[in-house]
Ligand binder design. Structure first.
Ligand code: ADP
Ligand code: ZN
Length: 611
């Protein structure tokens, strides 16, 4: 505890600047860090890329003893530890990949108080021998990463996490911080109870990922559309293309390779070794595109994934959000493109209907419908996404295809009122299909049997087509005038918001349904992501990238461990000429300055514009 100067002397902010090289905390980070330093428990729900790691890394440096980090993914531990070491932090991991000698060395360092952060797999941590060792040591904190793995409610339950529940009783005085990016209310409660930290302060940040641009394109000629999209990217931008089947994955990867892209397939049918190779090549910037089934992702901790393309329709919004969330973890602009084909809906529906129990199927069908609703949305995509997770945006995002290329709007008060009153007339007990049938005056059997052809709203919407009414009703759902009951056949019901509209006290502008979605405007090429108009020199940026890659190879770490893209972009824009200026670039801390500063300064100062 003596060799670490942060502990006594500096503030968390000074550690952020000096060790990690970042000029300011992100929202929430500072509060969480301070409460943990005071010894309080914390629960943190932040989106991927939100900056969760610093929330326990900095307190571990400021509290006496070693910080123990529980993480489920062995493949990620090494990267995390490499990244910390690159900043001069005494970090290590302890898991089954270590040889006997290495493991013994880690334990010795641990005993000597020479480790500030130890990453441990849960089953290792909870072994009796290891717990006995810990009992003799001073422990700064326990950080439980991917904390939803402890809950059976969560989508990623891991039995080995259950054991962690004992930590609180075994180490009553040590603060516990639980972190996750995916927890609904039930899972959240479950995490707190299981970890025995029900009094923990909950820090819940928004779900929004403002740097990701969401675009949905009508799926016409998917491969040609993918090529079109990729050709608008910089040739070194890395990304993931998700497809539904192994066969499609193989096919798209082969065609991309034939077009000259550094692309590779990834799916559960490939041998472990091959999958490992693809993953590492991607981490190390040696592969540009990974075409993958959803098997690819959990083990990916690459901050500079610039795009995620969905070649096929994801099965629900949760998956879509998680998969697109792998883009832009470094906070720089990133793209999420969904190719949306009506045929895909039928395929997805078929897969669900062939599956297990009816109750489950109904929920999955509803979730699929919400996904389709997103793809068909005529209002800001981000509003729909966040709305799905129970969050609302104060205004349209300005960074999705709808905001950038808005559909035509029209005075829709009359139409909306017709739809709402029809929902009311059928007793708020039917889904969209039936409501539209009644509105359009359908003669189908169900309508007649129910006597709905005698309702006052029967046939009042005959001038509009089925798809148009679908578009209107979905907008009413997204805007909160109607709600769909998940548990009961997606039944439509009015909300309080609908009243003034029904009573004629309010008017409403809606987007005119685009029966054939117009393809989205392409992002402008030219400006580099993160450039912010500061005039990042492209050639200098390339030279810095080459140097980064050289250093990464030399040290056997992924390039982003040396410096992130944002840091290189800032260097290429500001062109620091000495150590002091280089240190003020975000992402350059004292340790990296000492280690790499001279090499980077040499490239920057020796850069010849005219060459
Ligand atoms: P999460 O675990 O929430 O997905 P990370 O902790 O990996 O996210 O952080 C995502 C990225 O943001 C990392 O590259 C990290 O270094 C960076 N980051 C975190 N906090 C800050 C900050 N205050 N300033 C600048 N970059 C930050
Ligand atoms: Zn938007």
């Amino acid at each position: 505890m003596t060799e670490n100067p942060q502990r006594q002397k500096s503030t968390p902010l000074e550690t952020l600047i000096g060790v990690f090289g970042y000029p300011a905390f992100r929202p929430y980070q500072e509060g969480i860090i301070n409460s943990l330093i005071r010894g309080e428990d914390a629960f943190v729900l932040m989106p991927t890329g939100g900056g969760k790691s610093l929330c326990y890394q900095i307190p571990a440096l400021h509290r006496p003893g070693v910080g123990i980090v529980v993480s489920p993914l062995i493949s990620l531990m090494k990267d995390q530890v490499d990244a910390l070491r690159a900043n001069g932090v005494a970090a290590a991991f302890y898991n089954s990949t270590l040889g006997e000698r290495e493991a013994r060395r880690v334990l010795m360092e641990l005993h000597d108080g020479r480790i500030d952060l130890l990453y441990v797999a849960p089953e290792r941590l909870m072994g009796d021998a290891f717990l006995e060792r810990l009992a003799e040591l001073e422990i700064a904190l326990f950080a439980i990463d991917e904390a939803h793995c402890i809950s059976q409610w969560g989508h990623d339950f891991r039995p080995e996490y259950i054991q962690i529940s004992r930590l609180r009783r075994l180490f009553p005085g040590v603060p516990v911080i639980a972190l996750t990016a995916t927890a609904d209310h039930q899972t959240r409660e479950d995490i707190l109870i299981r970890l025995g930290i029900s009094r923990a302060a909950c820090h819940i940040t928004g779900f929004d990922r403002p740097n990701i641009r969401y675009t949905v394109e009508d799926k016409r000629k998917p491969f040609a559309q993918l090529l079109d999209f990729l050709r608008f990217r910089e040739p070194y931008d890395a990304g993931i293309v998700y497809a539904l089947s192994r066969k499609r994955v193989e096919e798209v990867a082969a065609r991309l390779s034939a077009e000259g892209f550094a692309a590779a397939p990834y799916h559960a049918g490939l041998p472990d070794r091959e999958r490992q190779r693809v993953q590492e090549a991607f981490q190390c910037d040696d592969l540009q595109v990974v075409v993958a089934t959803v098997a690819f992702g959990m083990g990916i901790d690459k901050p500079n994934v610039r795009f995620v393309v969905h070649y096929d329709l994801p099965k629900n919004i949760e998956s879509y959000y998680q998969e697109t969330g792998r883009a832009g973890r470094d906070g720089l602009p990133a793209e999420a493109l969904l190719l949306f084909g009506y045929g895909d809906i039928a395929i997805a529906r078929g897969l669900i209907e062939n599956g297990g129990n009816p109750e489950q199927n109904r929920i999955e069908l509803h979730k699929l419908n919400s996904m389709v609703g997103f793809a068909e949305a005529l209002i800001c995509r981000r509003r729909v996404l966040l709305g799905y997770f129970g969050e609302s945006l104060a205004e349209d995002c300005g960074n999705c295809d709808i905001c950038l290329n808005p559909p035509e709007r029209y005075e829709a008060t009359e139409d909306a009122r017709k739809a709402l009153s029809c929902v009311y007339r059928v007793g708020q007990r039917f889904g969209m299909g039936h409501v539209i049938d009644v509105l359009r005056g359908s003669r189908n059997e169900r309508v007649r049997e129910l006597g709905h052809d005698r309702l006052s709203t029967y046939g009042i919407g005959a001038t509009l087509g089925q798809e148009e009414w679908g578009g209107i009703i979905r907008q009413l759902v997204h805007l909160g005038y109607l709600e769909q009951d998940l548990a009961r056949y997606s039944v439509l019901r009015l909300t309080e918001t609908a009243r003034p509209l029904l009573r004629g006290e309010q008017t409403l502008i809606l987007a005119r349904p685009r029966i054939r979605p117009v393809s989205a405007k392409k992002p402008k090429r030219g400006s580099r992501p993160g450039d912010n108009g500061k005039g990042c020199n492209e050639m200098l940026f390339q030279a810095l990238r080459a140097l980064r890659k050289e250093i990464a190879n030399r040290e056997g770490v992924p390039p982003f461990v040396v410096f992130g893209d944002a840091t290189l972009t800032e260097m290429a824009a500001r062109r620091p000429v000495d150590a002091g200026e280089l240190l003020s670039v975000s992402g350059v801390g004292q340790h990296k300055l000492g280690k790499y500063g001279a090499e980077f300064l040499r490239v920057i100062t020796g850069f010849d514009e005219s060459a």
